[in-house]
Design a protein around this ligand. Structure first.
Ligand code: GLA
Ligand code: ZN
Length: 678
């Protein structure tokens, strides 16, 4: 079997984080102490250079690399590997002064002033040139150093730029997409509406807020273009690095279900997926268990962006953050839970932002392994060091994978289309949380769903849920039909198949593109509720599911009706249907109901698909990683009570003890139960 471990040099889990020695160059004592403390905390990696440009190149063309070389070398001598970042996430003042075009233009057409970060123009030729120069120099100087194990491209790509360069590129992108034929674009964008026809591509502008925002096709292409252009920028950085050191793997840190970029389009250019994980621990809305399961969903999103490879948790806060509405410290034991959860979900790394708290500026109070106190005898430091020990104990699990037979479909363009559609109720569309709610319901049934795109190959799955698949990509309907035909259990919901990939409505009945035949229904109307409105779905066994927000009125053509509405003028009308198709089944839930209420239906789908269902006590979480050395079941007790779980055998790598039937976990306890491969 192919070795999947992300970092063979480390031979196990990477334990590291963002390290900013450039903030401490006048304190060699501190830099020296850092290495001692990192070793004490069980760290084997540091991420260097994320925002170091103004120190690496203090004046145009004047490069200062010696300090970085000294640090990379010293870390390496002490068993600490470097993840080396390119510095393009923030620009030195000299650069913006000399080349104002590097600064982004906003949706009002206003050029930004120098400052902040994550705000460069993605198209500016001079910014790309300056970035490529420093990237190449970094690769030349450090890329072959045995301590450098990965490149980290820029930081948290995000945002849009409306400058003339970007607008020009947008037009070129459109010309190519629509075969240089403006009439094709006019047709795709339905521009006869409100007299919005274009005579030439030159007339097209990005969707300025005080300009054209009423053409859905334009808005959608702008989002797609922003992903494309960000990808193009990222690729230019990757090319610069690869031209010198083709073999060093690259990543770029993502942010949950970030709305601005279609990560699925960016993933192929990267050797590994990494993301920054900052759950709002101990908030006033959720239990710890709920916060953890929400995080597990986001791990699943990241894991699924590159199936067949571990991912990386590139950042997480050792203690607290500084940017949430309320910045609460993690309670004792929660750091261990959060770190083990990342590993449980398929990450080969546990990395932090940040290693040491800086003295000033925006993030001076952001949590770090080393506090302003500067010592190793703090609670946070001890908890981090404990995680370091733990990661060593579970090292054999690195490189193994979370595998599943169930998938949830989530598409970024679908989300953009739903959010932009002038329909329904803006406040309750909630595509993302509708998806995560269903994912969590499956998780409570012991199923760790992948989160994949609607056009992805579904051969690995036997159960697929496609919530609110409003926009159908070309081929999606055929993909879903083929899935059901070969025996898959499929569930779709209200708001399915209204528009095609151009955001043009399907004619002849929703869900379009032939899906109405797969489900055997037509959705004739959709009723949008006020927040206090309720309806219900009465199932054939008498159970009632509460309905909120949305209810479609169905015309049943060829499907079994499993549930009907309890109220309103469509009382008695079909609300839950099932159609046997080929060897599988296609379910349609016409109204919004909580994932928790639908658990009985999900359980039936799983059982029919031969996927075992397993319920754990409230607040207890389990993920399984498997590989050639066997399987590793990670148990997390996200509660403040001890729990005992029956029916578990194997060796717990955390306690190094055999578990013979019953596993007991203390409050916030963790276990990693290994069973050897047969
Ligand atoms: C992001 C950034 C980091 C840092 C952290 C703080 O994830 O990538 O540079 O600002 O947030 O939480
Ligand atoms: Zn621009």
């Amino acid at each position: 079997m192919e070795k999947k471990i992300l970092f063979p040099q480390v031979g196990g889990f990477v334990h590291g984080g963002d390290y900013n020695p450039e903030q401490w160059l006048d304190r060699p004592d501190i830099l020296e102490e850092d290495v001692r403390l990192m070793k004490k905390a069980g760290m084997n990696s540091a991420t260097l250079g994320v925002f170091s440009w103004s120190v690496l190149e203090p004046r145009e063309g004047e490069f200062h690399f010696q300090w970085l070389e000294d640090i990379i070398e010293r870390l390496y001598q002490n068993g600490i590997y470097t993840v080396l970042a390119t510095p393009s996430g923030a620009r030195p003042a000299w650069l913006d002064e000399a080349y104002p075009e590097a600064m982004r233009v906003d949706e009002m057409g206003l050029r930004a002033h120098h400052g902040g970060r994550h705000n460069h123009c993605m198209s500016s030729p001079i910014y790309r040139e300056k970035t490529a120069i420093i990237d190449r120099k970094l690769a030349e100087r450090f890329g072959s150093h045995p301590g450098v194990i990965m490149y980290h491209i820029s930081n948290e790509f995000s945002g849009e730029c409306f400058c003339p360069h970007c607008a020009g590129k947008f037009r070129a992108y459109l010309e190519e997409k629509y075969d240089h034929d403006i009439e094709k674009l006019n047709a795709a964008w339905w521009t006869a509406f409100w007299s919005h026809r274009y005579n030439s591509f030159e007339q097209i502008e990005p969707p300025f807020v005080h300009g054209e925002t009423s053409v859905m096709g334009l808005n959608l292409e702008w989002k797609r273009f922003t992903t494309w252009n960000t990808n193009d920028f990222m690729q230019a950085e990757i090319d610069a690095l690869r031209s010198v050191t083709p073999d060093v793997p690259v990543t770029a840190n993502f942010m949950r279900l970030f709305g601005g970029l279609d990560y699925r389009k960016m993933a192929p250019a990267l050797d590994a997926i990494s993301w920054d994980n900052y759950p709002p621990f101990h908030n006033d809305r959720e239990t710890l268990g709920e916060t953890m399961v929400e995080t597990a969903f986001h791990h699943a999103v990241m894991r699924s962006l590159k199936r067949g490879k571990p991912f990386m948790m590139m950042e997480s806060a050792p203690g607290l953050v500084n940017w949430q509405a309320v910045n609460k410290v993690k309670r004792p034991g929660v750091h261990r839970l959060a770190c083990l959860q990342a590993a449980a979900c398929g990450s080969d790394t546990v990395q932090y932002f940040q290693w040491r708290k800086g003295r000033g500026s925006y993030e001076q109070f952001h949590g770090a392994v080393v506090d302003h106190l500067g010592t190793d005898d703090t609670r946070i430091f001890r908890e981090v060091a404990e995680v370091g020990e733990l990661l060593k104990k579970i090292a054999p699990a690195a490189g193994t994978l979370v595998k599943t037979k169930a998938a949830l479909l989530f598409d970024w363009d679908n989300r953009w289309a739903i959010d932009d559609a002038k329909a329904f109720a803006q406040a309750t569309k909630r595509y993302g949380s509708t998806c995560s709610d269903i994912w969590k319901a499956f998780f409570r049934l012991g199923v760790d769903m992948d989160v994949v795109g609607s056009d992805e190959n579904l051969d690995d799955y036997d159960v697929v849920v496609a919530p609110m698949l409003f926009m159908l990509q070309p081929g999606t309907a055929a993909n879903l039909k083929a899935f059901v035909e070969r025996g898959g259990q499929l569930l779709a919901t209200y708001c399915t198949g209204y528009v095609n990939e151009e955001q043009l409505c399907f004619l002849g009945g929703f869900p379009g593109d032939g899906l109405k035949d797969l489900f055997g229904i037509i959705s004739e109307e959709i009723d949008t509720f006020y927040p206090s409105d309720r309806n219900g779905i009465r199932l054939t066994d008498g159970t009632i599911w509460e309905v909120r927000d949305y209810a479609e009125i169905l015309r049943v053509q060829d499907a079994e009706v499993l549930g009907t509405y309890t109220e309103d003028f469509y009382q008695g009308g079909a609300a839950l249907t099932c159609r046997a198709f080929g060897k599988g089944k296609a379910y349609y839930v016409a109204a919004r109901t909580d994932g928790a209420r639908m658990e009985s239906l999900f359980e039936k789908m799983l059982t029919d698909a031969g996927i075992p269902v397993r319920r754990l006590p409230e607040g207890v979480e389990c993920h399984v990683r498997t590989g050639e050395s066997g399987s590793y079941a990670f148990y997390l007790n996200n509660t403040l009570e001890a729990v005992s779980l029956p029916g578990i055998t194997g060796r717990d790598l955390v306690t190094d003890r055999e578990v013979a039937g019953e596993l007991t976990l203390p409050a916030c306890g963790v276990a990693v139960v290994h069973t050897a491969a047969e």
